[in-house]
Design a protein around this ligand. Structure first.
Ligand code: GTP
Ligand code: SPV
Ligand code: MN
Length: 601
């Protein structure tokens, strides 16, 4: 099939990829409904995808990945800059020449007997000055159909590129043998290039997402004066109609999709508050002509964690995924050919197919401590389905940001919410994010690890330079800089139960954050930042659950724990970052000194 663009840079690169991988057939994805429907039919006929109950789940498909291939693989993810120092201590690195030399034979002829799909796509609204173009070649229809939901795919994506520009990200993906020992997810930031092989799962292969929109884009953002962050974007509409926009960075599977689609408690909805979703995972941020910081969501859909999503926790996500969506590694309820996952409801299907494909008696199987759905099983759903999608979702200029939030899973130490003293301190707070690990990445779950700005797996260059870039952005923004906060929805009691109800009730914390931005509420200055006075968190309707004693625990700054926390940060900065080539700005060291001195006062 003929190429879809006159751009010689695109065509030359695609020809090179064809010569390397030697597919039997090449198909350019134009983005038309007919072409995509034909691909769905083909994937269903080969068994790659399963068509679900079309009455209950119209347009929905199911896909199961190899059980060895169910999450991002951070130990096999590389940033290949010319020098090791430029990749820095948080990334795996190899010399680009060596990496190309190692991978080229693996791709040689890898698509023989298969079809190569060439996917042009835009990250960001077509025509947006903040949008960027990518082209992914892949031998997976699953990738094509997911990219169609997650990005703006087809001929229209080339509009932004034009006929001569070379500014597009080149993504090469081949499934190969799904051999975990030969799996590589490799970014070459200086070449605008991504090579992925031996995986067929989500973030490893939907190259527009983490590989481009965070790893490559963070590198581009540093060079071009903007930011690519692992952040949701939401708008809080107040009773007077004004909408305040907030971003929040939490590590993978720590609540971004849930917060982005939050439904406020009754006392807020009745007063006229409403939350609108702009994005649930990634934000690209740039200073506007008026000096303020504006954010776009470069994505066009949601790749959300399925388990835990239900009519109570996140009805908006559930409804979003009820049509034209793809489900990966959830369970199938065979009696009606629908999907099920843990905590969807209290009635696991009796006649079930679990995520690995075995037919089981659901309840009995669960009783043996197995899960029907993989903990990192996901839905891929179009943003346009979302009942609370912001009317600014496609605004090419983005939305102005008033506050930025960091957070993570912390059983102790970190209070429910606090505000940083200023942008530099806020940058320190971001650098100090740590969180108990989840199933979103391969490896142990529940281990506390540092995850600066929730970007540890996604910073495409030296983490010290990344922190410097944050400081530089703050200088540029000056008085227009958003206020920076930290939250923790995951504080636990002695028995390991969460003491904050979370989900919709997180609105109560957003409310305080907005009032702080507007200068409408006081705070208590502590060594770690500004904390709410307990009476300033609205508990209407949950007074029984969140008693004054619990509120005390939620807002406590425990001197001993924080002294340990700061000591650990000092160790982290020195041993894990500075000693390993991380170029930490001196302003951040000074923050450590200041907090430590204040704790000892
Ligand atoms: P990625 O897509 O991996 O980047 O994840 P995410 O940050 O979007 O996380 P998501 O919103 O999908 O939430 C992941 C898990 O955290 C789910 O199991 C949720 O049920 C749980 N969760 C989300 N918000 C809260 C909360 O406020 N409190 C508690 N206790 N759990 C929450
Ligand atoms: C994450 O792990 O942060 C995700 C899912 O959003 S993935 O696209 O696989 O990275
Ligand atoms: Mn994510």
């Amino acid at each position: 099939m003929a190429t879809l663009t006159k751009n010689p840079n695109v065509n030359k690169w695609v020809d090179e990829m064809i010569a390397l991988t030697k597919p039997d057939k090449v198909v350019w994805i134009d983005g038309s409904d007919e072409q995509l429907e034909a691909l769905r039919d083909e994937a269903v006929s080969t068994g790659e995808m399963i068509r679900l109950n079309q009455e209950k789940l119209p347009g929905c498909l199911y896909h199961r990945t190899n059980p060895n291939d169910v999450a991002r693989v951070e130990d096999r993810t590389f940033i290949c800059t010319r020098t090791k120092e430029d990749a820095g201590p948080t990334n795996n690195w190899m010399d680009p020449k060596e990496m190309y030399a190692m991978l080229t034979p693996m791709y040689d002829g890898v698509m023989k007997g298969r079809t190569m799909y060439v996917i042009p796509y835009s990250m960001g609204p077509i025509g947006s000055p903040l949008a960027k173009v990518g082209v992914e070649v892949t031998d997976s229809i699953y990738v094509v159909l997911n990219m169609d939901i997650m990005t703006r795919v087809g001929v229209k994506a080339f509009e932004n590129l034009g006929d001569t520009s070379d500014d597009f990200v080149r993504g090469l993906h081949a499934r190969a043998d799904i051999d975990p020992e030969k799996r590589y997810i490799v970014q070459f930031p200086e070449d605008n290039t991504i090579w992925s092989i031996n995986s067929g799962y989500g973030g490893n292969v939907l190259l527009g997402k983490k590989c481009f929109a965070l790893r490559i884009a963070s590198f581009q953002g540093k060079n071009e004066g903007w930011m690519a962050e692992h952040m949701l974007i939401l708008g809080v509409e107040k009773p007077d109609g004004e909408i305040k926009y907030i971003t929040a960075a939490f590590p993978s599977a720590c609540g971004k999709t849930n917060l982005a689609m939050l439904i406020p408690p009754k006392c807020y909805t009745e007063a006229g508050y409403k939350v609108w979703t702009v994005g649930d995972d990634i934000a690209w941020l740039k200073q506007g002509d008026d000096g303020k910081l504006y954010a776009i969501n470069p994505e066009n859909g949601f790749f959300g964690v399925a388990p835990g999503t239900n009519e109570k926790s996140n009805p908006n996500a559930l409804h979003t995924a009820m049509k034209n969506s793809i489900f990966t590694n959830v369970a199938i309820d065979n009696s009606q050919n629908t999907v099920w996952w843990e905590k969807l409801d209290k009635n696991p299907p009796v006649d079930a197919t679990e995520w690995k494909g075995a037919k089981v008696n659901g309840p009995e199987y669960i009783a043996q401590c197995n899960t029907l759905a993989h903990p990192n099983s996901r839905f891929t759903a179009p943003a346009e389905n979302c009942p609370c999608i912001s009317k600014e979702f496609n605004n090419p200029q983005g939305v102005p940001i008033s506050a930025m939030i960091f957070g993570g899973r912390r059983a102790s130490t970190t209070p429910l919410v606090y505000q940083s003293l200023d942008w530099v301190h806020g940058t320190y707070v971001g650098s100090a994010v740590s969180s108990e690990t989840t199933a979103a990445a391969a490896g142990a779950v529940g281990v506390l690890r540092h995850d600066p700005m929730a970007m540890k797996p996604f910073i495409g260059y030296n983490v010290g330079d990344y922190w410097q870039h944050w400081l530089d952005m703050g200088k540029k923004l000056g008085d227009n800089a958003p206020k920076i906060f930290n939250v923790n929805w995951f504080k636990q009691d002695e028995n390991g139960n969460f003491i904050w109800p979370g989900f919709g009730d997180n609105m109560r914390v957003l409310d305080w954050i907005i009032k702080r931005c507007e200068g409408k509420v006081d705070a208590v200055e502590t060594a770690i930042g500004y904390l709410p006075k307990p009476e300033d968190i609205n508990l209407t309707g949950i007074e029984d659950e969140v008693t004054p004693e619990i509120m005390d625990k939620l807002l406590k700054v425990d001197k001993d724990l924080w002294t340990k926390e700061i000591a650990e940060m000092r160790r982290y900065y020195k041993e894990d970052i500075a000693d390993k080539g991380g170029r930490i700005p001196k302003e951040l060291w000074e923050q450590l000194d200041r907090i430590e001195a204040n704790l000892n006062k």
